[in-house]
Design a protein around this ligand. Structure first.
Ligand code: PEP
Ligand code: MG
Length: 587
């Protein structure tokens, strides 16, 4: 936070949703306060009943929102559904009722204790994405608080405003009327929170995670939100307003330009077509992928639907969500990766391991818990009936492991035939190449599958023995290491020799400085975060396949990452002046 002589304040938060807006603020008190009250023994039953009624009414409210948005914004129904499931799951309910009884305290205070307890459990989880799922639990909790406190009405405002609050739930965000709401800012939240995802998808500029925001802003204040950089200016001076006014115009022009080129083809000057697809974590993100020009989904990390719940999802639930995604993207392919639990994505009740990244993870877990794996494979085949679905197996390290997985897959197919259920008999099967042993036997593995997808995030981690989440060794995490580039080159060659497509879905695909090199290496499909897709496609259109192949030949003969980086630093501005030249934003 910085505070100049006048009372303007600059705050830094998380970039939840890009865009620049300025206007008057309305601060929303959507987090009611409450006091601790000790209950007399005869009051306990009534207090539990009061809580029960509030929970039941919360469920009704959520069901109403679900029904209201199902028709127009069907892709958000899963988010609201997840809140209904949190409510039904009993995680909040059972704990709160027990605390009311055991500690003889009022429902609000007991609910707060229950939420704190759940938060502690989530905080122990290693994976940031899953830890952030606690935000959903808290939002459901606050909805119950509002009902306990009798604050049920939706607020009304006149004119276009910026909303500020401690937190908004995805439902709050969904209900934001774009004609009335310029943007919003909150104290709570992470970039993978559902609130952020909904804001991004609806195109409402937002900055979240602003420390002590509600202490510093009041209704009527002027504010500027710069969602692209995560900056917020409260009560800005005239010079700041003038600067942002002109920046806002330039930003809108740039955004319009991007939307103009997002849907242009991804083809090099000399006619090489490259598939550009999106990496997503929950199905609701598909609309953003489509908006930014994705030609399908290159990676759906399916584990999200298994985390943060007491029981794994059932087959019919999975069929429903996979089918809706596949149907929405048809005829483009949707690549769904089977469970990649373990490593840094360990749910509660996971065995303690000395080296989780080298332990029970991904396909190893699926082969051990083969019933769970079968349910997911059944659901995938059945959903394939509605469009073009591809199954991707994570972390395959040997032929034997792949054959064991294929054996289960064949049995599932036989079962489905015997049961007479409609399913796609020709679903393509691919593997993630992300373990060095798989690179070495890629020629053998290529004969067994329909496509490869190189997972550079793990391939770099496992080939250089560098924990991808450990900042002490992050300087060693080097995509340009000659070993990494040679491995990619080998995998592409083995794939192409066997007539299969080779994609790349690690973060490397989304860094435009690596793109000419990846095109030169012969990658057929690049899959990355939706927002970078227009830029990836633009670099492809500005490339000549034959020329980048020559450049790549030179790079493959180099001995160190430094040598390669220096070469690229000279090559990129000369050959891609728009993106890397003197006037580019990268300079
Ligand atoms: C990878 O390892 O590159 C990958 C895309 O998978 P994840 O990041 O989910 O491990
Ligand atoms: Mg991986």
């Amino acid at each position: 936070m910085s505070r100049p002589a006048d009372n303007s304040i600059e705050l830094f938060g998380l970039k939840a949703s890009p865009g620049i807006v300025m206007g008057r603020v309305v601060v929303m008190d959507n987090q009611p306060g409450w006091q601790r009250r000790r209950l007399e023994p005869e009051e306990i039953a009534d207090e539990i009943m009061r809580f029960k009624i509030a929970v039941a009414r919360t469920e009704h409210q959520l069901m109403d929102i679900y029904d209201q948005f199902l028709e127009h914004l069907a892709d958000y129904s899963a988010i609201i559904n997840s809140h209904i499931l949190i409510l039904k799951d009993g995680m909040i309910y059972n704990r709160t009722v027990k605390i009311i009884k055991d500690q003889r305290i009022n429902a609000e205070w007991a609910l707060e204790q229950a939420l704190e307890d759940i938060e502690r459990r989530f905080a122990e989880l290693k994976d940031l994405y899953i830890r952030e799922r606690f935000a959903d639990v808290r939002q459901v909790g606050h909805r119950i608080f509002r009902l306990l406190a009798g604050k049920e009405k939706e607020p009304k405002f006149s004119g276009k405003v910026i909303l500020a609050a401690r937190d908004f739930s995805p439902e709050d965000t969904l209900r934001m009327n774009k004609d009335m709401i310029l943007g919003f800012m909150t104290e709570m939240g992470g970039i993978t929170s559902h609130t952020a995802i909904v804001a991004r998808t609806l195109g409402i500029p937002a900055v979240i995670g602003l420390d002590r925001l509600t202490d510093m802003v009041k209704t009527g204040d002027m504010a500027i939100i710069d969602g692209g950089t995560g900056r917020v200016f409260l009560r800005p001076g005239e010079d700041k307003v003038a600067f942002y006014r002109s920046y806002q115009t330039r930003y809108q022009q740039l955004d319009e330009q991007i939307s103009l080129f997002a849907h242009l083809p991804a083809e090099t000057i000399d006619g090489l077509k490259i598939e550009v697809r999106a990496n997503i974590e929950i199905i609701e993100e598909y609309s953003q992928a489509v908006k930014y020009g994705a030609m399908g989904i290159g990676l759906l990390r399916s584990e999200f639907y298994y985390l943060g719940r007491e029981e794994p999802p059932g087959e019919n639930f999975l069929v429903e969500i996979y089918s809706s995604l596949v149907a929405a993207l048809s005829p483009y392919p949707v690549t769904i990766r089977t469970l990649d639990l373990g490593g840094d994505k360990r749910p509660g009740r996971w065995p303690d391991e000395e080296n989780p990244a080298l332990g029970l993870r991904a396909i190893r877990f699926s082969l051990r818990e083969s019933n769970l794996f079968k349910i997911q494979i059944r659901a995938l085949f059945r959903a394939g009936f509605h469009g073009n679905l591809r199954i991707l197996l994570p972390m395959i390290s040997s032929l034997d492991e792949l054959l064991r997985a294929k054996d289960i897959i064949s049995k599932v197919k036989e079962e489905l035939v015997a049961e007479g259920l409609p399913f796609d008999h020709d679903v393509q099967l691919g593997i993630m190449v992300e373990v060095p042993s798989a690179v070495e036997v890629a020629d053998v593995l290529a004969r067994e599958v329909d496509f490869f997808s190189i997972g550079t995030n793990d391939l770099i981690q496992y080939s250089m023995a560098v924990d991808r989440a450990n900042e002490n060794v992050s300087y060693m995490y080097e995509p340009l290491h000659p070993a990494v580039l040679r491995m990619i080159s080998r995998v592409v060659k083995c794939g192409h020799d066997n007539g299969i497509e080779v994609g790349l879905c690690g973060e490397m695909a989304g860094d435009i400085t690596f793109l000419p090199l990846l095109i030169g290496l012969g990658i057929d499909e690049l899959s990355a975060h939706p927002l970078v897709i227009p830029h990836i496609k633009k670099i492809i259109r500005n490339s000549t396949a034959a020329r980048v192949a020559e450049m790549t030949e030179k790079i493959l003969a180099m001995n160190s990452a430094n040598e390669i980086r220096n070469y690229l630093c000279a090559y990129l501005p000369l050959n891609y002046s728009d993106e890397f030249g003197a006037g580019s934003r990268r300079k």
